[in-house]
Design a protein around this ligand. Structure first.
Ligand code: N7H
Length: 461
């Protein structure tokens, strides 16, 4: 099994974070960059350090400590064009990574325009250029993040006439007050990630344990042949996703199911209440205590007797059911293990203001800096987006067509149309027309997060 000292901390374990900055860069001077990377490598936060930070925070809370402990994390990952630039020519064995996200944007269902058979997605310019790598810095405050990022910039000699330069910087932050841990539509996030075998040894009830090789290259259940240096690395799928929050709120208000409030429709679209309580366990009304309780809030499978053939408790196409269908596939004898990903997103952008509320229109950009790790992008992120979220017939063998994932599903063939069934438990065959654009992708890239030994030997010089 993997040694936690060798794996970057964002991949397994994860960073404790209140703020986070993602800095995307291009390499200019390869020799200089490799040399400076050798200086940076010992400063990268390992999974072992992330685990010890997590324990410190726990202890701090248990002993009645006030305020936040000063804690930060630093990781780095490279795109295929970054590997090319560095002259690393071995094939790591992931065609999606190799092609880059820009070239598959159309397959993901992202909107754009076609000229002479060439598709260009509606992304911000930075993501249409070659991005060589991403630096992720997280911490307990913006000051801590900035301090660590500035140190990294100095060590790497990032800047004009340096070894590399910045292409884009994106700032994420946990939402304020009671919205802590909730994404911008208002739903508690970060509840369900798989446990990794021999790393997360005490899974919560209902939390599936996956083989190490589902997340880490070269480990148990990674079926692809890899170069030796790729061992304990992982692929990072990054997505810059804007969310149209006032429009979402307006929709759930206008389309509220008779005798139910807007929150019920929202919960039917997501599959959990804003509190995190899963519909499969709390189908009729919210149960905030359940939502907040990690011993119970993931302990379900859509396996109640009525679950597989009705949408009584949870619509088949609710976001969390689409993206982790549990018994909908396992009940057909199909394992979902190879489809599991580890999600590490954080919200970006300001809270909705008065004017936006009144006009029911987004005036300021906000959303999710989505990222997830897996050992195989075609099995993980891409499969979930293309073959589940964007596929109206999924999950299969249901009495009515489930429709699109209400949150992230995209209709590649007819971009103006998305429908879903089952949102009204009393009229389950009825289709509800959804707006086309609640979650708007504005960019993204696939990266490889090397192990610490690979960073020191293969990447640095
Ligand atoms: Fe999703 N949301 O607020 O609606 N997601 N997601 N996601 N998501 C989850 O269970 C959301 C996105 C997954 O194991 C929750 O931790 C939003 C992408 C998976 O039961 C909420 C966006 C992809 C799970 C949201 C977004 C996924 C999951 C419940 C974009 C992959 C775990 C919290 C802006 C292609 C499912 C939780 C499980 C959960 C929301 C994006 C996948 C509230 C707003 C792009 C696998």
């Amino acid at each position: 099994p993997a040694d936690l000292n060798n794996v970057q901390g964002d991949v397994v374990i994860g960073f404790a974070k209140k703020m986070e900055t993602a800095l995307f860069f291009q390499i200019d001077n390869v020799g200089g960059f490799r040399k400076q990377l050798g200086q940076l490598a010992p400063k990268i936060t390992t999974a072992q350090q992330a685990a010890s930070d997590r324990d410190s925070i726990k202890q701090h809370k248990q002993t009645g400590g006030t305020g936040l402990l000063k804690i930060s994390g630093l990781n780095i990952a490279f795109s295929q064009s970054g590997l090319n630039k560095l002259g690393i020519t071995d094939d790591i064995g992931d065609p999606a990574f190799k092609s880059g996200q820009l070239s598959v944007a159309q397959d993901l269902g992202d909107k754009g325009f076609n000229v002479n058979g060439t598709f260009t997605p509606d992304w911000i310019p930075a993501f249409k250029e070659a991005i060589h790598g991403i630096i992720i810095v997280s911490g307990d405050s913006q000051a801590t993040v900035d301090e660590r990022l500035n140190d990294t910039i100095r060590v790497l000699q990032l800047g004009p006439k340096g070894t590399c330069h910045e292409v884009l910087r994106l700032l994420g932050a946990v939402r304020p007050g009671d919205e802590k841990g909730h994404e911008h539509f208002g739903f508690l996030d970060g509840i369900s990630n798989p446990a990794v075998e021999q790393i997360d040894t005490k899974p919560f009830p209902g939390q599936e344990t996956v083989g190490q090789g589902i997340i880490l290259l070269g480990r148990n259940k990674d079926t692809i042949k890899r170069p030796d240096w790729a061992l304990d690395g992982s692929f990072l799928a990054f997505r810059y996703l804007f969310q149209l929050v006032p429009e979402f709120d307006d929709f759930v208000t206008r389309n509220a199911i008779p005798e139910q409030g807007p929150d019920f429709l929202g919960a039917r679209l997501v599959g959990r209440w804003k509190s995190g309580a899963p519909l499969d366990l709390a189908p009729v009304k919210d149960d905030p205590a359940l939502g907040a309780d990690p011993q119970r809030n993931n302990n379900f499978k859509y396996a109640f007797p009525e679950d597989s053939q009705t949408q009584d408790r949870c619509p088949f196409a609710a976001h969390v059911r689409k993206t982790n269908p549990r018994n909908d596939l396992e009940g057909l004898g199909i394992s979902t293990e190879s489809r599991r990903i580890i999600r590490r997103g954080i919200a970006f952008g300001p809270e909705v203001n008065k004017a936006e509320q009144q006009q029911k229109t987004t005036l300021q950009g906000r959303g999710l800096l989505f990222r997830c790790y897996q050992s195989n992008i075609a099995n993980g992120f891409q499969f979930i987006q293309e073959s589940w979220a964007n596929a109206p017939g999924f999950p299969p063998q249901k009495p009515e067509q489930p429709g699109f994932d209400a949150i992230i599903g995209q209709n590649k063939d007819d971009q103006s149309s998305r429908t879903i069934t089952g949102v009204d438990p009393k009229a389950q065959t009825t289709s509800l027309q959804l707006p086309t654009d609640w979650v708007v992708p504005k960019g993204g890239e696939y990266f490889f997060s090397p192990s610490i030994p690979a960073l020191k030997t293969k990447f640095a010089s």
